[in-house]
Design a binder for this molecule. Structure first.
Ligand SMILES: [Zn+2]
Length: 263
């Protein structure tokens, strides 16, 4: 189970690397419940992440997450202390919003940052937040699987479909390219058709030879010869019989002469 999940992590990470240009050092953003889970189960996150990525990691939280943890520090002092030690992303939520709203907002490309992706991985144990984040294509969403195994969620189906269609559009030729490609395609098709016809012609010729041979097969002359042989042998036999008969008659003639002479 562990090996399978690790393979899933690598597969999902390479999807984001290839399609959304995620590069190390990776920027991880934690919410309160992720930190709590990690501390409760003594997860050695640095070790796991290095094993998965072989790359440098930067760990962050946001001002809004820290604000919430400050209000709960009497209940979760370890979580608060850990969050305090992380670098803080200035989410610019002056009034303060819930951690879920804050995290959903910081992953959206901002015009003030040139509209670029900010390449954050969001780490949360909140199922609802996780599914909302997965609706934004370019956000890797991470969590602790079975309490202690760091995992990256599989990109959503719609995200995969969008990437697939984008790739198809990217690799399809534009109008100008089509004008260059069309005559070449036509020529190739024609050449292929000619080759095919030539092949078929050769095959037909070969077949014609093959058909002719068996037609020649039963040689009428040889049949005649055989018949001749038969007639010859019949003739021979007849001749032999004739000879025998004549010899017998000759013998008889001689005998008759002797009898006549003796008498
Ligand atoms: Zn915020």
């Amino acid at each position: 189970m562990k090996a399978k999940k690790t393979k899933g992590f690598k597969k999902n990470l390479s999807f984001y690397r290839i399609n959304f240009s995620f590069q190390p050092p990776y920027q991880l953003v934690f919410d309160g419940n992720f930190i709590k889970q990690m501390l409760d189960h003594n997860v050695d996150l640095d070790k796991q992440l290095f094993k998965h990525t072989k790359a440098k990691i930067w760990k962050h939280t946001t001002i809004c997450v820290l604000r919430e943890l400050t209000s709960l520090q009497h209940l979760f002092p370890r979580v608060f202390k850990y969050a305090q030690g992380l670098s803080k992303i200035n989410c610019k939520h002056i009034e303060g919003v819930s951690p879920a709203e804050c995290l959903l907002d910081i992953v959206k490309p901002k015009p003030e940052f040139g509209g670029d992706n900010n390449y954050f991985w969001i780490c949360t144990q909140d199922d609802e937040l996780r599914s909302n984040l997965l609706q934004i294509d370019h956000v890797p969403v991470c969590y602790l699987f079975q309490n202690n195994l760091f995992e990256m969620a599989e990109p959503s189906r719609t995200c995969k479909m969008r990437i697939k269609s984008l790739k198809e559009i990217k690799y399809l030729p534009n109008e100008q390219e089509k004008q260059i490609i069309m005559p070449i395609k036509k020529e190739i098709k024609q050449q292929q058709a000619e080759k095919r016809m030539e092949k078929e012609r050769k095959l037909a010729q070969e077949l014609a030879i093959k058909i002719k041979k068996p037609a020649k097969g039963p040689n009428p002359l040889s049949v005649k010869k055989k018949l001749g042989k038969v007639t010859k042998s019949i003739k021979k036999r007849r001749h032999k019989i004739k000879n025998k008969k004549s010899r017998r008659s000759n013998k008889q003639g001689v005998n008759n002469e002797i009898i006549e002479q003796n008498s």
